[in-house]
Write a protein that binds this ligand. Structure first.
Ligand code: HEC
Length: 171
């Protein structure tokens, strides 16, 4: 918790301000978050569109493994979520979404790349998100997924459609 708070403070010092803790869901922010989750960063590939976790890998050395945990079950606070999303986790396939991450300017879990051991590999950076996008997708995780149930209305919002048989089973 201490380190996560420090991370948030570092990020704030880098020009990101505002925390959505306790604020009501703003539909514009949620929709912007969905676009990042769905299109810009492909979070759904590993965490599922409904945040229940990804479909297990079927081939290769990762076969049978779940690519990403269920975001509905995460217990992290906002700073912890922001740090996990921005930095990923050494030794995991979670992407690193910021070029600043793991540098002295933006330490992750208190560390820079130079502090990582041989078993603590980080994936190469494929997609970078701006600090604003990282904040927005963190708000999405908190307000759309964490501790929440999926509803038909949220499903339709996620897929940006008026009707879908995918969404009909939800309450
Ligand atoms: C290539 C697969 C992959 C992608 C893409 C991905 N993640 Fe993850 N994510 C993971 C894995 C694997 C973990 C577990 C890391 C660990 O703790 O070892 C994880 C962990 C997390 C956690 C921490 C959960 C917890 O309780 O510890 C959050 C939050 C998260 N991801 C959100 C996101 C968001 C938001 C995006 C898109 C911006 C995203 N992830 C993209 C695979 C992925």
């Amino acid at each position: 918790m201490m380190r996560a708070a420090l991370f948030a403070a570092t990020f704030a010092a880098c020009g990101v301000s505002g925390s959505a803790v306790g604020q009501a869901a703003d539909p514009a922010v949620i929709n912007a978050g969905i676009q990042i989750y769905k299109v810009a960063a492909n979070c759904w590939e590993c965490h599922g569109w409904s945040g229940q976790g990804g479909l297990p890998f079927v081939i290769g050395e990762l076969a049978g493994q779940n690519p990403g945990p269920a975001l509905v079950d995460t217990k992290l606070d906002r700073a912890g979520l922001l740090e996990a999303i921005t930095c990923g986790k050494p030794g995991s396939i979670h992407p690193v979404f910021s070029r600043e991450a793991w540098t002295p300017a933006l330490r992750c879990y208190g560390k820079t790349r130079a502090d990582l051991g041989p078993d603590e590999k980080l994936p190469d950076i494929q997609t970078t998100l701006t600090e604003g996008q990282l904040q927005t997708v963190t708000t999405l995780v908190q307000q759309f997924y964490q501790g929440k149930t999926m509803t038909k209305a949220k499903c339709l919002q996620y897929f940006s459609v008026a009707q879908s048989i995918v969404c009909d089973p939800f309450p």
